[in-house]
Design a protein around this ligand. Sequence first.
Ligand code: HEM
Length: 516
Amino acid sequence: QLRGKGSRESGLPPGPPTLPIIGNIHQFPTQSAYLRFTEWSKQYGGIFSLKLASQTIIVISSPRLIRDFMDKRSGSMSDRPPSRIVDITTDGLSLAVARSGPVWKSLRRAVQQLLTREACFWHTPIQQAEATQMMYDLLKQPEDFFDHIQRQTFSIMLSTVCGFRSPRYADSVASLFFSIQHKWEALIAPGAHPPIDLIPALEYIPGRWASWKTITRDIRKQQRSMYFNLRDDCERRIREGRRNGCFLEDIIDQQEKLGLTRDMVGYLGGVCIEGGSATTAAYLHRFVLCISCYPDVQTRAQEEIDGLIGFNRVPTSQDIEHLPYIQAIIKEVHRFYTSGPLGIPHATTIDETIDGYFIPKGSTIFMNIYGIYHSEELYERPEIFNPERYLNSEFGTKPNADTTGLRSDLHFGSGRRICPGNHLANSSIIMNVINLLWGFDMKIADAANRDRHVPIRAEDFTTGIAIGPKPFKCNIQPRSEKHAALIREAYAQARPTLSIFEHELTPSEQKFVEDW
Ligand code: HEM
């Protein structure tokens, strides 16, 4: 039975040499797999394979192959790899990591109602009001910018999905959510836990020698408690005749038609909050990092925005149409260090061939977004944060680069699994980027790094499926007293919109809102 195990079958794409039985297990990175995958892609090309015992892994780092294989043949490319850890934690009910099949289909159909471009239009007022509170938070406690960003992205999702908000970060449901989410993402990242899917016997090792068991059990308990409580609150409000038009109310109304169980409804709310909070927060953290480490970019962006808006009003997201350099910054932050460098892995449901290679049914497919965004064949000095590249060409690529298949939203994934939250994410990003550049000067607080261009250092980033910078210090100050006054005024005007979602605040949150 063991004969041939671990070796690369003929017809598979090339890849690093394998060892008998284990294949490439010994070389598989336990963290930041995107960096190793990118090195291998330089050696083995736009498609390469790895063997983890009998399991086949395919890594695609070519935009053309992503288009031809993952987008065009999405029907057979939209499964997720089986994962015992995911099953134990979520019972297979978490949309983002669920296997394709009737459960995923029902969940995906339901989530799309919340996230169409038209539906997102209705979420704009709360997004705008939350972005305004964040500017106000930064006036009051600039040193806590990292938490203010997380609070904001979480609170937007909580309001749209569950109909109430989280006005502060410390000791709140927002901070609890992020602590669970960071553990969850780190647990399911490629290579982060023992290979129990390949060696099922590992599951029988007693818990005291297998820390993943305790972590998995804790995350399951914490996620279910949070997500099911949010669902229960919503059901209670419906029973008491106190609807407020949130997404979960619609879902509960249509539960039968959509084929959802109560557990699925709970996980649906939870996965929207998961999908929308950490990724967008990580983007904004990266934005602040890049913009504060590249002061010349910040100055140029502020000149552009001052020329359009001046100092007599706060910006709105519609201004973005007239701000080409800031549009370029938004794209460059995605390219420079994308939130999900390998996306979420897909899996094939039938045997496939591509470019003459054989891809067996059940292969795990990684889309190496980081590798594409850092390809020297596509980008001039990809390791430098340089928004100007997007003023010179649509995709920011160098002259004569082969851009076949490249698209500007690769960071949202591919095919039928493509991120359904892209419209919501884009509008939050635009609002916050414009606000921050208009209202604040951002400088990296570490004297050694000030005014020096940041290198990309993986060790400064979290590890997990979605990554962002680890907490860092940044001096954030309003650009003038006039800006600060306009922010205070805008916050006062945003209060009525925010208060629509404040019907269930705890007494201490209520006091916070009154005193803030
Ligand atoms: C900057 C922000 C965001 C980034 C970079 C991002 C990126 C991604 C990526 C790469 C995937 C995997 C796609 C694939 O498998 O091919 C994904 C899936 C998903 N995202 Fe996002 N996302 C963001 C914001 C959001 C928001 C605001 C929501 C709102 C609810 C959301 C909800 C989801 C869900 C539910 C899935 C799973 C889809 C499925 O498996 O069918 N994301 N996202």
